[in-house]
Ligand binder design. Structure first.
Ligand SMILES: Cc1cc2nc3c(=O)[nH]c(=O)nc-3n(C[C@H](O)[C@H](O)[C@H](O)COP(=O)(O)OP(=O)(O)OC[C@H]3O[C@@H](n4cnc5c(N)ncnc54)[C@H](O)[C@@H]3O)c2cc1C
Length: 378
């Protein structure tokens, strides 16, 4: 193992000694946690360790939906989880989005309050979903204070140029951000708040005594008074007992399409598929449900099965009779579990984690980071 031995006095003293708070992972949660720690501790030395030259998980790979629940996703959650947990998660997502939009101005994030559509393929499903709209709207109103969040729109084919969809449930409170802009705005705030971000350092292990945590990395040991772990889908690598599994999410972006009508944010099939426009391109992701087992991986490549399924859906339903090619493809790693919802807890008196954000981290990441900071400050 290379030790931190080629470092100068200045580098060692300024960056690596007498650390008050060390955060592992520079995604949305790690960054929000560090910024909240700074707010509460103006003079503390706060360091983030990130294993890669850029964050290498989900925060800079995501689709940028500011979403808290589509009709089919919520009804599916209500089938599989207690009502209390479902509405608590929606509340966390809604409050998290409010927090995100307090932290940054709309122009920082290219935020668009465009609403979203949950598209329905099978007409017979409408008879199941329609009668439940009123109750969903009442629940959302009790959380957000806003009436009539969901409404049904029949003519999505004419409006957006789709084929095969029997209508869509519009959620007027959702929207989208530019994920790249969130990265830039976060980096600006970290620098402004004198938070030290060290890229290319991977934490391999850690152990605590009463006064400090000793963190083993690929370059040697670092000591800190407190340790915050925000490595989401990779949590099991440091804390095997945590119920967090990696879940790969694959995405593609089309070439520019002249006269693109499909503008806005859209979900399909209980949220397993999602697409939006980026200018005249379409970003399309999802399909993990086609092979959950294969997608339970740390690997970041793409599979033919899912990429072909995404392309087929584009050609047949979303932009039919349109010439396009695929300009970008990538994957990210989410952290999921059998239960939907984050784990924010203390491991011992000087270590805490904030992980398992599922496909909700744009929404809940700021709040999870802030709550983790409060645990570390205890
Ligand atoms: C393709 C895709 C689309 C998505 N779309 C949306 C969306 O539209 N809306 C939404 O709300 N959410 C979406 N999500 C989910 C959202 O992006 C995540 O929930 C969120 O980014 C999680 O943030 P995080 O900070 O917890 O984790 P991450 O962003 O994964 O950050 C963890 C960081 O820890 C680093 N790390 C890991 N192990 C170590 C180690 N041992 N030492 C040092 N560093 C380490 C990683 O490199 C990574 O940078 C999507 C996710 C993906 C992948």
């Amino acid at each position: 193992m290379i030790q931190f031995k080629q470092l100068s006095f200045w580098e060692k003293v300024t960056l690596l000694e007498d650390i008050d708070f060390l955060i592992v992972g520079s995604g949305i949660v790690g960054s929000a946690c560090a910024l909240e720690l700074r707010r509460q501790n103006p003079d503390a030395k706060i360091v983030i360790l990130e294993r890669s030259y850029l964050p290498l998980g989900a925060s800079t790979k995501n689709a940028g939906f500011t979403c808290f629940g589509s009709v089919t996703e919520l009804l599916d959650d209500l089938k599989n989880t207690s009502e209390e947990r479902v509405w608590n998660t929606v509340k966390l997502r809604y409050e998290g989005l409010e927090r995100l939009l307090q932290r940054f101005s709309p122009s920082d994030l290219n935020y668009e309050n465009c609403g979203s559509y949950d598209l329905i393929t099978d007409e017979t499903d409408l008879a199941i979903y329609h009668p439940k709209l009123e109750v969903l709207n009442q629940q959302i109103e009790s959380i957000t204070g806003k009436k009539e969040c969901y409404s049904f729109e029949k003519n999505v084919q004419g409006k957006f140029g789709f084929s095969c969809f029997e209508g869509g449930y519009f959620n007027r409170l959702e929207g989208a951000i530019d994920t790249g802009k969130l990265l830039l705005a976060t980096q600006r705030d970290l620098a402004k708040n004198q938070i030290i971000v060290l890229n290319g350092i991977e934490v391999i292990n850690f152990h605590s005594d009463q006064n400090q945590v000793i963190i083993e990395t690929n370059y040697g040991e670092i000591k800190s008074k407190k340790l915050g772990i925000t490595i989401n889908g990779f949590a099991k690598k440091l804390l095997p007992e945590l119920r967090v599994d990696p879940a790969r999410a694959q995405v593609l972006v089309t070439s520019e399409i002249n006269g693109l009508k499909a503008k806005g944010t859209f979900h399909l099939d209980k949220g397993y598929y999602y697409f939006r426009n980026i200018g005249n391109r379409i970003l399309f992701g999802g399909g993990r449900n086609l092979d959950f087992k294969a997608e339970n991986t740390f690997e970041l490549d793409q599979t033919e099965l899912i990429q072909n399924a995404l392309e087929e859906l584009l050609k047949e339903k979303i932009i039919p009779n349109t010439n396009f090619s695929i300009d970008y493809r990538w994957s990210g790693t989410m952290g999921v579990g059998t239960e939907k919802g984050p784990i924010i807890e203390k491991i011992n008196s000087n270590t805490a984690v904030g992980v398992r954000l599922g496909g909700m981290g744009v929404a809940i990441g700021s709040l999870v980071g802030e709550r983790l900071a409060c645990l570390l400050n205890d």
